[in-house]
Design a protein around this ligand. Structure first.
Ligand code: 6PG
Length: 248
């Protein structure tokens, strides 16, 4: 699997490299298609990226025409949007409440609904309408941001999850036994149709998973789901700090 790798000194430089790539893709997308569509990653790693993008003491805020940016999520926890665990809340507090993006451009997954399967189907229907897709088409986000778990999961595609084999749906609800929790996630096939996929990975605890995904023989992908991410439109970019890259 070909990948692009940028090794950063530390978490702060990961965030700056990611912000630079975010701005580049946003401007390219808006120039060509008059809009920029991004599926945000969950977890804690992207928080610093979100803060930098919204911080007027850094150049990024002024470099994006936020009126034409549309925000989606690669996955969401099945909690209320104001729950500290919510990926929407993380992005809202660090970024979306601090940049001039129109509220109608924020396309949240309603994962708090009691029927998460129906919520996943509704988000898929919403995506198909927004991207004007037929049943056979797959959506093309301009950018999908992803993280990596120590077990090789990405988005909410966890080892041995039923979501890994899904190759027709764009969005599924999935039970994560190890977390004793349900999640809603884009499928690998939906992610692989993005124009650009960027992984942000920080920390020595991720170094084994980074080595397996980037250099391991692509074994049973059920064990290392991030190996399923092989975008059709070009190699994914991995922005990794030295600690996470130490076994490469
Ligand atoms: C989530 C994410 C998940 C995350 C990884 C890494 O909802 O948790 O989508 O895939 O990116 O678990 O999380 P950290 O950035 O917190 O290490």
């Amino acid at each position: 699997m070909s990948v692009e790798i940028e090794i950063a000194e530390d978490k702060e430089q990961v965030a700056h490299l990611a912000a630079t790539e975010f701005v580049r893709i946003a401007n390219e997308s808006i120039n060509v298609r008059k809009r920029f569509t991004v599926a945000l990653s969950g977890g804690s790693t992207p928080r610093r990226l979100y803060e930098l993008l919204a911080d007027k003491t850094h150049p990024y805020l002024a470099q994006v025409d936020w009126r034409h940016a549309h925000f989606f999520w690669g996955d969401e926890r099945c909690v209320s949007p104001d729950d500290a665990e919510s990926n929407f809340r993380t992005a809202h507090d660090a970024l979306l409440s601090r940049v001039p993006v129109p509220p109608q451009n924020i396309h949240r997954i309603e994962a708090e609904r009691s029927d998460s399967d129906e919520a996943a189907q509704d988000y898929e229907r919403y995506l198909r309408r927004f991207f004007d897709l037929t049943d056979k088409d797959f959506l093309q986000f301009d950018l999908v941001l992803l993280g990596l778990g120590t077990d090789g999961h990405t988005a909410s595609l966890f080892p041995d999850s039923t979501a890994l084999e899904e190759d027709t749906r764009l969005v599924v609800a999935t039970w994560i036994a190890k977390l004793d929790a349900r999640r809603i996630t884009l499928t690998a096939r939906a992610i692989n149709h993005a124009r650009r996929v960027v992984f942000l990975v920080v920390g020595a605890d991720k170094s084994k998973a980074v080595r397996q995904v980037l250099t391991g023989v692509v074994r049973d992908e059920a064990l290392m789901p991030a190996q399923l991410i092989r975008p059709e439109m070009g190699a994914p970019l991995w922005i990794i700090d030295r600690a996470a890259a130490q076994l490469l």
